[in-house]
Design a protein around this ligand. Structure first.
Ligand code: NIG
Ligand code: FE
Length: 407
């Protein structure tokens, strides 16, 4: 019997381990000319150069390539019907995202197209996007609902997301985003929040369809008081908390998420520097979504300097959705995080590995190449890990390993 299930020798590791956290210019936690041993889906041991290597059922020669943790996209709206290419044309003519939303376009138009689509149509389109993400090295993906806006349709989207997780090798985490917009059946936001709190969350929780609950805290979304009601019920059902906050204005949604011990505050372009310490205190991850910033041609930058100063973990995600971030590429988001938000390539890689895992409550088991962590890994034929952020798809994974336990 072999000592290991898998041994990959002759590689350089970008471990992205916790030891590199808080350093913007450190060395990716790198270990050069090394080997890694995998047993029962976990990283069993790292072997420095010159070590005597044990036997393994499978032995791969890494050929001097780089091994990184599998990439994690911690914020996506993967399952939707239709598209919003017409709105893209309107935005190019100068009509704002908020104005289009007020005129009944935006999220509402995708809700209609999603409700009209069959399960098979939704799933096939989502599978195509998922396959594109996986080809880039994504081994873990969060999928939100939010284009159903009724118990029946939100459950349908989450069920499709769960099925995609069962039918593909990657880990899928699901998030209920019923508080995304006002559905056409309701004329007043408080009554819809009643429906979310009294019916949708309890039933979705009983069906075990969601790992977390998210809200859109914004003028065109819901107020902090309404979001607090959603969070109260989420907590009663032991669901984790996330928030779309400070995307278009400063409603203090990030403070609300932090006060509720939320996993992540997402978007945060309008977050004030003085509110950043609250995120650190609560262990809330800042999720940066440069794809939406880019597509909406936003000008307001998230407070990166303050997040760095207070050592708030910064994740980077696609926000893949048909309206504000129609990009099925986490590699592009890594590049955008550097070019648009000024992250270093090391911060950008940490943002799609270690810190993305933390944004999903999986920081203890995914996102790092460290002993005891899940063996979700990507082998790249690159000379340095900065290449992963520098260009867009100039290099592809040589091999993606989905060996870790599904979570
Ligand atoms: O993350 N901000 C709210 N939700 C999505 C956009 C949804 C849409 O426009 O369809 C976002 O940007
Ligand atoms: Fe989003």
């Amino acid at each position: 019997m072999s000592d290991l299930d898998l041994l990959i020798s002759n590689i350089n590791l970008a471990s992205m381990s916790d030891a590199t956290a808080g350093h913007s210019l450190a060395d990716y936690g790198s270990m050069t000319h090394t080997s890694i041993g995998i047993k029962e889906g976990k990283i069993h041991r790292l072997y420095p150069p010159g070590s005597t290597l044990p036997t393994a059922t499978t032995h791969i020669d890494g050929n001097g390539g780089w091994l990184t943790p599998g990439l994690i996209d911690c914020h996506s709206h993967l399952v939707w019907g239709g598209n919003r290419a017409r709105e893209f044309e309107w935005r190019l003519q100068g009509i704002s995202y908020e104005e289009i939303s007020r005129r009944g376009g935006g999220i509402a138009s995708t809700v209609k197209a999603t409700r009209d689509a069959s399960d098979n149509e939704l799933k096939a389109a989502a599978q195509q996007r998922l396959t594109t993400l996986m080809a880039e090295g994504v081994t873990c993906l969060e999928i939100k609902s939010g284009y159903g806006l009724s118990l029946e349709h939100e459950a349908r989207l989450l069920r499709i997301a769960r099925e995609l997780g069962n039918e593909n090798p990657l880990t899928v985490q699901t998030t209920l985003l019923a508080a995304h917009a006002l559905p056409p059946e309701f004329s007043d936001k408080d009554s819809y929040i009643d429906e979310i709190c009294e019916n949708i969350i309890p039933k979705i929780a009983a069906l075990k369809l969601a790992d977390a609950v998210d809200v859109f805290c914004e003028g065109i979304g819901f107020s902090t008081a309404q979001c607090q009601r959603v969070f109260d019920v989420a907590k009663e059902h032991a669901l984790a908390i996330k928030g779309h906050v400070e995307q278009l204005s400063d409603l203090k949604g990030a403070l609300l998420v932090a006060n509720n011990a939320g996993l992540s505050a997402d978007h945060i372009e309008y977050l004030q520097a003085e509110d950043v310490p609250a995120l650190k205190g609560a262990g809330t991850v800042a999720v940066l979504l440069p794809g939406a910033f880019y597509a909406l041609k936003e000008q307001q930058l998230p407070p990166i300097a303050a997040l760095r100063e207070h050592r708030v973990p910064m994740a980077v995600a696609t926000d893949l959705n048909p309206g504000t971030s129609p990009q099925a590429s986490l590699r592009l988001a890594m590049n955008q995080a550097c070019v648009l938000f000024g992250l270093t390539p090391q911060e950008s890689l940490a943002g799609v590995t270690r810190d993305a895992a933390k944004a999903l409550g999986l920081g203890h088991c995914k996102g790092q190449l460290a002993v005891g962590f899940d063996a979700d890994m990507v082998l790249w034929d690159i000379g340095h890990p900065s290449e992963l952020s520098y260009g867009v798809n100039l290099c592809q994974p040589r091999e993606v390993f989905y060996l870790g336990q599904k979570r």
